[in-house]
Design a protein around this ligand. Structure first.
Ligand SMILES: [Zn+2]
Ligand SMILES: [Zn+2]
Length: 445
């Protein structure tokens, strides 16, 4: 069942931004953020194409690469290896194209004990039509009545892509040759340099001007190509590793810190579930055009900072800064690492960004894994609407905020500059200490 949901998701996500698409393998928060993103893309008249082709040594990807169990849920990661190509087009916009070999990670959440009711019949209390529970997830298809119901697990709660450096043994020679071609200018300059320093200007000139000698030079370069390619590949891997290492150190402890601090307030929680929820809620806030009506956001006015964002790609890591309790609400603050794509009108700008998110949840809010379903209804006019998407009745405009029993975001801010200053300061202190040490060994102090 879990494997099927993960496979379904990989299929549905390819078409998630096409008009009318429904990603039913995703949980409702993720489904809603994909819907909002689809609306944002349509509003900006962009043609957004996702192409994901399964590649690699494992025919069906890897299941359960990691899994976590808490009191209620079983959360696991499923991985598949893909060639991922994204294209964003519009008239007057410089076409954006990005292709990369990636591993797609999916966070699959399942309840530990709970019966599967998705196939059971349910009679719509409004129009009397009979549908299965699964069919009612996006409301009654006959009359549009919306329901407040327990999630039909298993569902995909989060997903992210990681640059795939390995995992494809059959591609290694191709990779080396590709990097070899990239490093041809360096290869050529090295040969020219060797000829010049070893044999002088005359030999260099004879090689470059005589077709036969030039052929010889090209042959040497051909022999050197895989060697240069191999070193370039290793260098690139190091460059990528160096880029992600600081993040790795910062988040390596997050799971432990979160579990330890959270256990004082609410033990039945894994960090993975929390991260999945934070990423979805963050995307909902970013892609929403009516933030003040979102039941899951109660922070300040964010102005226009997210208005041109057309994609937010979670980079797989979140840190945990603090867990505090105040007035019966447990507040958790952490940094989320994302890659955003912004529509600047004439081009798409892609950038790595870090956002600090403060979220809270009522301490006494109960977990209930027993299935329940009820009609979503406006207190004032009786109309039915999806209470997850808006707290204001779209028909009569009255506030219908039911008491929030789940996570709510209280603040979102970009902390890149702050972290940059912090890192510069650390680098400066290290440099200062090295200089002091050097001066000391030189006997100058
Ligand atoms: Zn109905
Ligand atoms: Zn109403």
């Amino acid at each position: 069942m879990k494997e099927k949901i993960a496979a379904d998701f990989r299929e549905e996500i390819k078409h998630a931004f096409e008009p009318g698409a429904k990603v039913m393998s995703a949980d409702r928060e993720l489904r809603y953020c994909l819907e909002l993103q689809r609306n944002r893309i349509a509003k900006r008249k962009l043609k957004y194409t996702e192409e994901m082709v399964h590649k690699g040594a494992f025919p069906e990807g890897l299941k359960n690469v990691r899994s976590w169990r808490d009191y209620h849920y079983e959360t696991s990661w499923t991985v598949d290896y893909i060639d991922h190509n994204t294209t964003i087009q519009r008239d007057g916009l410089k076409t954006y194209r990005h292709g990369e070999r990636q591993a797609i990670y999916e966070t699959v959440v399942d309840v530990r004990d709970g019966e599967d009711v998705s196939g059971d019949d349910y009679c719509c209390p409004n129009c009397g039509a009979v549908s299965t529970i699964a069919e009612l997830q996006e409301g009654c298809s006959h009359c549009g009545t919306s329901f407040k119901m327990s999630e039909l697990y298993p569902k995909v709660a989060n997903y992210f892509f990681v640059y795939d450096m390995s995992g494809r043994a059959e591609h290694m020679w191709l990779t080396v040759l590709k990097y070899g071609v990239y490093s041809l200018p360096v290869n050529f300059l090295m040969c020219v340099y060797v000829l010049y320093t070893q044999y002088g200007m005359t030999t260099l000139a004879s090689y470059l001007l005589n077709p036969l000698m030039l052929m010889k030079l090209i042959m040497v370069m051909g022999v050197m190509l895989p060697i240069f390619g191999y070193f370039a590949w290793i260098f690139d891997a190091f460059r990528i590793a160096a880029k992600t290492t600081p993040v790795f150190f910062e988040v390596a402890n997050a799971r432990k810190k979160f579990a330890l601090k959270m256990s004082m307030f609410c033990p039945e929680f894994t960090f993975e579930n929390f991260v999945a929820r934070m990423v979805s809620l963050f995307k909902i806030v970013a892609f929403s055009d009516n933030r003040e009506e979102l039941p899951t956001y109660s922070g300040r006015d964010l102005g226009t900072v997210f208005d041109n964002v057309v994609d937010i790609s979670f980079l797989g890591s979140m840190s945990c800064k603090s867990v505090k309790e105040r007035d019966g609400i447990v507040y958790v603050t952490g940094d989320v690492y994302v890659k955003t794509a912004r529509d600047l009108g004439d081009r798409i700008k892609v950038k790595d960004e870090i956002y600090r998110i403060k979220a809270g949840r009522r301490k006494e809010a109960m977990f209930n894994t027993d299935f329940s379903i009820s009609k979503n209804q406006c207190h004032s006019c009786g109309a039915s609407f999806d209470a997850l998407k808006t707290k204001k009745c779209p028909f009569c405009g009255s506030e219908c905020q039911t008491e929030n029993t789940d996570w709510v975001i209280y603040d979102i801010r970009n902390v890149e500059f702050e972290l940059l200053i912090k890192r510069l300061l650390v680098a400066f202190i290290i440099l200062f200490l090295i200089i002091i040490a050097l001066l000391d060994t030189q006997g100058l102090m």
